[in-house]
Design a binder for this molecule. Structure first.
Ligand code: AMP
Length: 220
């Protein structure tokens, strides 16, 4: 199963991708997570990506496309994968299509998790992420059992630099200008399904599972 999760920043793509990866036993490929690890480790990729990420802009396509192309050719993606945070513009969507065509594979589902702007800002400003395993928390709705400590791995929780209010606005603008057209791209080839991202984590997960398993009507 090859799945793409779309949606604005803060829609819950990462949280849902982690749950689905576990359920279907396929890898989650999050370009944001990969880039954050690269920045933290000060690798050549991380050094190039940092300034874009700090400003909420997209990292140049050649860097990101290479990451994804290399990743989906690995053996553990043979049974499928979940992309979260990619593609973020039309050029990336086309590059993905070309790579998959070359591998004689295709995308099975594209699920857009819809969330309103006001809710996004509320979610992102209270978001905390684990430095160890990238698990996400929300200080009010999904707090850790112990303050600042990850329930899963005991790692330290931190606020992403780009979850500050000034940067959130920039990310939303990028989403509207560059990423929104990608929804049309997948709508045109009949793959897009739209779900309401408001609700508990399990409720939203169930809607995505319904799409994947062919229940319910989530046509746009
Ligand atoms: P995310 O964790 O998906 O919100 O991504 C955090 C940041 O990483 C974004 O604001 C971008 O700067 C960068 N990034 C993640 N995925 C991509 C992508 N597909 N294309 C370009 N930049 C990306």
């Amino acid at each position: 199963m090859r799945l793409i999760l779309m949606g604005p920043p803060g829609a819950g793509k990462g949280t849902q991708a982690r749950l689905l990866a576990e359920r279907y036993n396929i890898p989650q490929i999050s370009t944001g997570d990969i880039l954050r690890v690269a920045v933290r480790n000060k690798t050549p990729l991380g050094m190039k990506a940092k300034e874009y990420m700090d400003e909420g802009r997209l990292v140049p396509d050649d860097l990101v496309v290479d990451i994804v192309v290399d990743r989906i050719k690995k053996g553990d993606c043979h049974r499928g994968f979940i992309l979260d945070g990619f593609p973020r513009n039309i050029a990336q969507a086309e590059a993905l299509e070309k790579t998959l065509n070359g591998l004689k594979r295709g995308i099975d589902h594209v699920v857009d998790i819809g969330v309103q702007k006001k809710e996004i800002i509320r979610r992102l400003s209270y978001r905390r992420v684990c430095r160890g395993c990238e698990e996400g928390y929300h200080l009010i709705f999904a707090p850790p059992l112990n303050a600042n400590v990850c329930d899963k791995c005991g790692g330290e929780l931190y606020q992403r630099d780009d979850d500050r209010e000034e940067v959130i606005e920039a990310r939303l603008k990028v989403y509207e200008e560059a990423t929104f057209p990608v929804l049309d791209f997948y709508r045109r080839n009949g793959l897009l399904r739209v779900i309401d991202g408001i609700g508990g984590i399990d409720q939203v997960a169930q809607k995505i599972i319904d799409v994947i398993e062919g229940r319910g009507d989530y046509n746009p």
